[in-house]
Ligand binder design. Structure first.
Ligand SMILES: Cc1cc2nc3c(=O)[nH]c(=O)nc-3n(C[C@H](O)[C@H](O)[C@H](O)COP(=O)(O)OP(=O)(O)OC[C@H]3O[C@@H](n4cnc5c(N)ncnc54)[C@H](O)[C@@H]3O)c2cc1C
Length: 599
């Protein structure tokens, strides 16, 4: 329902809220929240990525932050009309603080604030040069010894890292490092991205050859440059690699290929990192103020250590090192694991006439890709959503506005619909002996991704091969590897010419341990997960993803990554946090997370 009464009443709530905040009347402001309430802040109030839950936490946050934030100008966003459905009023809002302009989404229940999202759009006085402020490019007029754009770029590439130090060093030039690098460039933050591979995009190119993105194109856009309208729904991995390479070039990133970060050390007194990199065989020492590890949330392989692995006479490797099926025609292939990579690799091997057995060690959540697209993502990220006027930026904020504490409640009914719609499919899988789950509380794929980043397969065809017995199934843990195969706990022997360990990836602070030291890795603790107290995501409840895109317990150390959607969306907030520090703005972090788990 849309009407001016809703608009008027929502505006009234907003201006009363704004007035209370401006007067520093925290009790009155908190009184405007519902008893069950959530305020998710992306950097504007907390200089953190933080959700406060319940009135007490809202009050605590305001007591710490209100005086320095000094918010004002709360209004309904231009051209947006509040909507009302099922007793909830939803409104896009704008506001500003002393330092920044913000955009947000407010939901009211019975006239009180139920959820509030506040996100930072830009820092005042440090806006990106876009739209009316875009650079002219040409310099009209005449001048002696003028330099061209090309000469200036060449000089920058020559000097940065040698005679001039970058403010930010990003280790890892996958989609995460690239998206963040693009945002920092637009904000004028001198940045180098170091990447050990030969070319931007190789992090995708180097994966197994059958891989296509599992997420659809509408979910995958990078900042600033959207995929064209004819881009395939699911990008083949080499195509996304090419896109990233093109993007890196046209966004003018200082991207050092064939450069491996060897070590990093923080000087607490100088507030500066000393980072040693190997640039194509030459050692270079860099001195950035901020170090971002964008080394991949799916990047540090969990290689198991089964007894007897050294005796195996065939090929064995982690799924991240799997070259593809070509060499294994007619061979016996055993894949340990039953999540995404295991399924993709198994199907490609089957297509190349290999004899394939998948070892399922624990239950797996499976959703069919088309069902997920329609029921799970369709409203926000689909051609229909685009037709209905949904923009990527709005979709990201709507998604971000649902607090993690209640996100599962929104997800469960969707997965119940999926279960019903694909009943015959799931019956077939169970009949084939495949052990299914729907996440600890039935909340499905996205919650599993946020909580543990593993435990699922988005079905694009391998499940039918399992139903039909074309990919064989075995169950249980691996007891040992022998010369010609492996033996499971129950004594079953699986003969193999190839063993693929599709055993997943470790926490990103493992990268910090490798590059900086175990002490720093332990100081910052585990990355990823919400503290949901579900498998592989131990409590206590954090309310946000541990250590991602926000300040950590190690000054000057940041973690960035995730899927393309997260790389796009959260790079905005990480870039603004870095820019604010470079400009010496008074950054008061609220709610720096405490460490409960080491990794
Ligand atoms: C099989 C599979 C399918 C997936 N499908 C999707 C999908 O459809 N959509 C999606 O968004 N995500 C998908 N993901 C997740 C995907 O891996 C991540 O989203 C993405 O790769 C993360 O990007 P990133 O930049 O954080 O890390 P990465 O792409 O892993 O990049 C990290 C980079 O860091 C570099 N690096 C590491 N250490 C160093 C060092 N010491 N010095 C220099 N460089 C270093 C690596 O070479 C690498 O290029 C999938 C993952 C897998 C495994």
């Amino acid at each position: 329902m849309l009407d001016s009464t809703t608009t008027d009443s929502t505006r009234a709530v907003l201006s009363a809220f704004g007035e209370a905040l401006e007067q520093g009347d925290i009790d009155r402001a908190v009184g405007m929240f519902a008893d069950e309430c959530y305020w998710r802040d992306l950097v504007t109030f907390t200089w953190n990525i933080k959700t406060v839950e319940g009135k007490e936490q809202v009050a605590d946050m305001l007591r710490h932050q209100l005086a320095t934030t000094r918010p004002r100008g709360w209004d309904l966003a231009e051209h947006e009309i509040p909507t009302e459905a099922d007793g909830i009023t939803t409104a896009w809002i704008t506001f500003e603080t002393d330092l920044a302009r913000g955009y947000g989404l407010m939901r009211l229940k019975d006239g009180r604030i139920w959820t509030l999202l506040t996100s930072m759009v830009e820092l005042k006085g440090h806006e990106e040069p876009r739209g009316f402020a875009r650079p002219l490019g040409a310099r009209h007029g005449a001048g002696k010894h003028r330099t061209t754009w090309k000469e200036e770029r060449e000089a920058e590439e020559r000097d940065l890292g040698y005679t001039k130090q970058p403010y930010v060093l990003i280790v890892g030039g996958g989609q995460g490092g690239i998206a963040l690098g693009a945002r920092l460039r637009q904000l004028g933050v001198p940045t180098i991205i170091v990447e050990k591979n030969d070319r931007p995009g190789d992090s995708w190119r180097n994966r197994y050859k059958s891989l296509c993105l599992h997420d659809p194109v509408w979910y995958d856009h990078l900042p600033y440059i959207k995929f064209p309208e004819n881009w395939p729904v699911f990008s083949p991995k080499d195509k996304i690699g090419d896109w990233l390479e093109m993007y890196t070039k046209v966004m003018e990133l200082n991207y050092w290929t064939r450069t491996t970060c060897k070590s990093a050390r923080y000087d607490e007194a100088a507030k500066e990192w000393t980072v040693v990199v190997d640039r194509d065989g030459q050692e270079v020492t860099l001195k950035p103020k901020q170090l971002v590890l964008a080394t991949g949330m799916s990047g540090k392989p969990n290689m198991p250590a089964f007894p007897g692995m050294e005796k195996f006479r065939g090929d064995q490797h982690h799924s991240s090192k799997h070259p593809g099926p070509d060499a294994y025609r007619g061979k016996k292939c055993v894949i340990v694991g039953s999540n995404n990579s295991a399924h993709d690799i198994a199907a490609a091997l089957w297509e190349h006439d290999a004899d394939v057995t998948m070892v399922q060690r624990s239950s797996t959540h499976i959703v069919r890709s088309d069902t997920l697209m329609e029921i799970g993502l369709g409203g926000l990220y689909s051609e229909e959503a685009v037709q209905n006027g949904m923009t990527t930026e709005k979709a990201d904020l709507i998604f971000a506005s649902i607090p993690y504490a209640i996100l599962h409640e929104f997800q469960i009914p969707l997965y119940e619909q999926m279960k019903e719609r694909d009943k015959a499919f799931y019956d077939g899988l169970e009949k084939a002996g495949f052990q299914l789950d729907w996440g600890a509380d039935g909340s499905g794929l996205f919650m599993k991704y946020l909580r543990r980043g593993s435990g699922y397969y988005i079905d694009i065809g391998a499940s039918q091969l399992i139903i039909d017995g074309q990919i064989k199934l075995a169950h249980g843990q691996v007891r040992e590897v022998v010369e010609d195969g492996l033996i499971l706990e129950d004594g079953t022997k699986l003969e193999a010419d190839l063993i693929v360990y599709a055993t997943g990836y470790g926490s990103m602070n493992g990268w910090a341990a490798d590059l900086i030291g175990q002490d720093v890795a332990d100081k910052v603790g585990k990355c990823w997960g919400l503290g949901s107290d579900t498998p592989k995501d131990p409590g206590p409840w954090e309310g946000e993803q541990r250590n991602m895109w926000k300040p950590t317990q190690q000054e000057g150390l940041w973690f960035h990554g995730g899927n393309l959607h997260q790389s796009r969306h959260y790079s905005q907030f990480l870039a603004l946090q870095l820019k604010a520090r470079m400009e010496g703005l008074p950054v008061e972090v609220y709610g720096l997370q405490t460490v409960h788990h080491l990794g």
